[in-house]
Design a protein around this ligand. Sequence first.
Ligand code: ATP
Length: 376
Amino acid sequence: MMKKPALLSDTERLIQMLAEKDSQIEKLNKQIEAYKNELEALPLDTGASKPASEAFPDIIGSGKEMADIFTLLSQVAASSTTVLITGETGTGKELIARAIHQASPARGKAMVTVNCAAIPASLMESELFGHEKGAFTGAMESRAGKFEQADNSTLFLDEIGELPLLLQAKLLRVLQERVVERIGGNKSIKVNVRIIAATNRELQREVMNGTFRNDLYYRLNVFPIALPPLRHRREDIAALAGFFATKQAKAAGKNITGISRKALQDLRNYTWPGNIRELQHVIERSVLLNGDGVLRTIYLPDAPDRKYLEEAAQEEPIRTLDEIDREYILKVVNHCKGRISGPHGAAVLLGMPSTTLISKMQRLGIKKEHFIERDF
Ligand SMILES: Nc1ncnc2c1ncn2[C@@H]1O[C@H](COP(=O)(O)OP(=O)(O)OP(=O)(O)O)[C@@H](O)[C@H]1O
């Protein structure tokens, strides 16, 4: 009778020892897994790092999102249809525009590019449409604008959302009539130009705000291509990293043989606010800072920078009350199909007399051409 408790306690001790061993083995396994991840390298040049489409050799991406983009590209490239490419900064809008041009019948001629954000508004009209000698102070020679330069080719209007309203009206006329007039000139010059426009702004929102003409928006948005941010296509990160690392290693005369699992994990965990351009720069820097062999360390922006970028991306820009009023009034007026007065008009919904609403709209610069739908 006395021996039984001792036997039980031996068994208990044995169970306890086994449990401890088990947890030690589990810990060791985890460590081995971590070392393996650290040491095991994947080749840089996986099949996916090669172009997914022969027709578009500079574009990497084999995930579903990019497959859809390749389909759109092959549907539109051969035509002369106007294309509107949208997407956050660094998602590849210019690359896609070039790819369309290269696959179009105009590929033998250079694509002409205008960055609507980089040229001051005062010079933009002459940049686009050209000028005659003496048309304004400093116009020493006549000059053809980008439209004439792009005759029988492609004109890429980058950052179209930045174009001032006055020039939007002039651009619309050229797109409708396919004819330009140089500043100070009296001749109408016929142009045969394929337009590709790009923007990182939400143009529909700009139309609602009255900062982008809706008639121009519809004229540009004939064949829209929306590029996804990199954080929505993480499956392409390894292929893109391999592509950029191979390129950079070659340029820097380095022998990079692969990329570690840990490095790939770091790349996949990051949010990429600067999209593919940021990935390209991070890989270029990492290749330069690593030794030859396996790419093990990825030099991402420091933690405070990352935190700042993520916060900045989430933060709404501060807007004035007038801007908010303007946006809200336009929203309600559009909801009422452009009706201001009467039982179904915007004034009733906003709880004010129609005369007050009209004078408010005048003060805020809201005009009929800003309405999306008009029922009058
Ligand atoms: N799918 C891709 N495959 C390979 N390289 C890419 C891809 N997408 C973008 N890139 C590269 O990323 C960089 C940024 O692309 P690009 O300049 O076309 O972006 P963007 O959207 O026009 O940027 P922004 O709005 O800032 O002008 C370029 O060096 C481009 O070659």
